[in-house]
Design a protein around this ligand. Structure first.
Ligand SMILES: Nc1ncnc2c1ncn2[C@@H]1O[C@H](COP(=O)(O)OP(=O)(O)OP(=O)(O)O)[C@@H](O)[C@H]1O
Ligand SMILES: [Mg+2]
Length: 319
């Protein structure tokens, strides 16, 4: 279950008349707190009519009551296949709409082989639509580890996935962005063709935030944000300042689950913060001790002692 409680942004809507005399809506995001510091990155939705070029192939994600749908679509001009995410406005409060706009702004700013690229987005009275690269094995980790409880036993593959997701995180963090919802269902595998290499892709920037340079590289959250089971221990209470360490904790949980198909707090009697992260010998005997050490450093309870994305990429487990 996802907690959407972050209360950092507010969006103001303005109607402008363009050169052709047409009315156009424009939006600006502001921080609610402080002195109305504006985000530099602008929200630039395309005209909704441009979305008519994308013809639905198949719905790939739709949950009852969930405010979003993901489908594969084909561009009728080129035949290229994309994923289109539709976020329905019905039932969304202003904050959730601001987050949907922020998702568009942040994801379109990112350009990295391990991150799903957002190509265009639009907003209408009823919904937001995001057209992005299609990841053709998008629920691989969720299906394998959360549905079938099947750990990944190939050490080389584990290291490759760890490196790929870390490369994505280094890129995100270097741009002053926190993903805030790193979890197995927000990453997938993609293969361009039968004989090309499968690579990991990260998606879902719905909860992502910008770091506020005025609070020492941290983002201010009025309340916690993330998905239960993946949230770092410092994500509690109100008006918190958190940094990229929250993504590293969540990645530590993902890698731990990739190795054994259960999270550390499922080891009987263990609660985070009560002692070292448990590694049950029977389940960890085939895992490289260096890789285990890397996970341990991601799951440091104190964020100040937690390994960063850049440091983790240099860890000897991944050399
Ligand atoms: N670009 C994509 N390519 C392939 N599959 C995708 C893509 N984007 C999303 N999906 C699939 O759709 C699911 C939901 O998308 P996404 O995570 O962006 O939405 P969400 O509403 O934030 O979901 P949740 O709340 O479950 O995290 C993903 O878990 C994934 O299986
Ligand atoms: Mg998701």
């Amino acid at each position: 279950m996802e907690v959407i409680e972050v209360n950092q942004l507010k969006t103001t809507e303005k109607e402008e008349i363009n050169m052709d005399g047409e009315k156009k809506k424009s939006y600006k995001n502001h921080f609610c707190e402080g002195e109305n510091r504006e985000i530099h990155h602008t929200y630039q939705p395309c005209d909704p009519s441009e979305m008519e070029d994308y013809k639905t192939i198949k719905v790939i994600y739709q949950m009852p009551l969930a405010p979003c749908k993901v489908e594969t679509v084909a561009d009728s001009n080129t035949g290229n296949v994309y994923a289109k995410k539709t976020v329905f406005k019905e039932g969304l409060n202003d904050l959730m709409k601001a987050l949907a706009r922020q998702e568009c702004v942040i994801q379109s700013e990112l350009d990295h082989p391990n991150i799903i690229k957002l190509h265009k987005y639009c907003e209408t009275e009823k919904h937001f639509e995001l057209v992005m690269d299609y990841c053709n094995n998008g629920s691989y980790f969720e299906d394998r580890l959360e549905e079938s409880n099947e750990p990944i036993e190939d050490m080389e593959l584990l290291k490759k996935y760890a490196k790929e997701i870390l490369c994505a995180l280094v890129h995100i963090h270097s741009k002053g962005i926190l993903h805030c919802d790193i979890k197995l269902s927000n990453m997938g595998l993609h293969k361009d063709s039968e004989d090309s290499e499968e690579i990991l892709k990260l998606f879902d920037f719905n909860l992502s935030v910008y770091i506020d340079s005025e609070i020492e590289g941290k983002a201010h959250l009025e309340k916690s944000v993330g998905t239960f089971g993946y949230m770092a221990p410092e994500l509690t209470g109100k008006d918190i300042h958190v940094g990229p360490e929250i993504d590293m904790w969540a990645l530590g949980i993902c890698l731990y689950k990739m190795c054994v198909a259960y999270p550390p707090n499922q080891v009987r009697g263990y609660e985070y913060g009560t002692g070292p992260i448990p590694f049950v010998k029977r389940d960890w005997r085939k895992i490289d001790p260096d890789f285990q050490d890397l996970i341990k450093q991601m799951l440091e309870y104190n964020p100040e002692n937690r390994i960063s994305s850049a440091e983790a990429l240099e860890h000897k487990a991944l050399s």
